[in-house]
Design a protein around this ligand. Structure first.
Ligand SMILES: NC(=O)CC[C@H](N)C(=O)O
Length: 309
């Protein structure tokens, strides 16, 4: 496969959609990013990386971090009966069908979020990572530096501060879950670590490389094992069904890959056994997914025939 040629063709297909959609404005620091940007990268399972456009420009990973926090928690607390991790007692794995920051299901479902990729679920996962590591956001940053091979990865303090200043919704979710006994750490510390992890800046290149363990059935870049193969399979499955919020059905229909999006405009996608992709373009659709990014991934699987279906 000539990855570079495929990426050029994908970029040409998606470019007319760049500037479509809206930049997330509920986190004011994200509003400053230009909608003109478009980049896409592929990292194959052997470590080769290809990219076009703004593929080396760092952006705010936002909810893409939810994939890595789940992986870190699963890697550190291998399972109970049937190999299931304890985290699944505290968070479900069904699509929510509601927006990523919705409160509505939590009361009826006793403070157990539908899945780890909506905000409520990610707060539970961050809480667990905080208990396991003592410093959830820093342990994630170190992991991402190692897996991406980029020691310069950093938090974006302006984004973390901006989100904290406008974080009433996430604070409400956390307090509500705490009232059901579903948080182990104090709410202020959980939301602070969550905002920090969302603020990490990475490029398409960094994210495609760092997500390689999902395509390598759990093996890290250095060949050591992060996750059992069945755990990597499970994360990919939850990405497919829940990774693009209440658009996961539409995304599976169009793209047919496990994927996780963020309101910074990035989307990572996994082709197990082959490669990991990351695309970035900040204009978002009504559900919070990158318009040009989703179109690019759609065209990539159409050109290559490499969906999981
Ligand atoms: N969908 C997202 O990327 C949301 C992440 C964002 N930090 C939030 O909590 O609202």
């Amino acid at each position: 496969m000539d990855y570079q040629a495929v990426l050029e063709e994908v970029a040409a297909y998606a470019r007319p959609l760049v500037r479509h959609g809206r930049v997330a404005d509920y986190i004011p620091a994200l509003e400053r990013v230009s909608t003109d940007r478009f980049g896409i990268a592929v990292a194959d399972i052997h470590g080769a990386v290809y990219g076009v456009g703004d593929w080396e420009v760092p952006f705010s990973v936002q909810s893409i971090s939810k994939t890595f926090s789940l992986a870190l928690v699963m890697s550190q607390s291998h399972g109970g009966p049937g190999g299931d991790d304890d985290i699944w007692r505290r968070v479900g794995r069904e699509p929510s069908g509601t927006p990523f920051n919705s409160l509505v299901q939590l009361e009826a479902e006793n403070g157990i979020p539908r899945n780890p990729f909506i905000n409520a679920g990610a707060l539970v996962v961050t809480d667990r990572l905080q208990t396991l590591t003592g410093d959830a956001s820093t342990s994630m940053l170190h992991f991402l530096r190692e897996e991406s091979g980029n020691p310069d990865l950093a938090f974006d303090q302006a984004v973390a501060d901006s989100e904290a200043a406008h974080g009433d919704r996430n604070a409400a979710l956390a307090h509500f879950m705490a009232s059901f006994g579903n948080l182990e750490n104090p709410v202020p510390s959980v939301i602070e670590h969550y905002f920090w992890q969302c603020s990490i800046e990475m490029s398409c290149r960094d994210l495609a490389v760092a997500g390689g363990f999902l395509a390598r059935h759990g093996l890290r870049a250095d060949g050591t094992r992060l996750l059992e193969a069945r755990e990597a399979k499970r994360i990919n499955a939850v990405m497919l069904t829940c990774g693009t919020y209440d658009a996961a059905g539409e995304f599976a229909y169009r793209v047919g890959l496990p994927a996780k999006s963020g309101v910074g405009g990035g989307i990572i996608a996994v082709i197990p056994g082959r490669c990991t992709l990351c695309v970035w373009s900040p204009g978002l659709d009504a559900r919070g997914n990158s318009v040009a990014g989703a179109a690019a991934l759609d065209h990539f699987t159409t050109l290559t025939g490499w969906s999981v279906f």
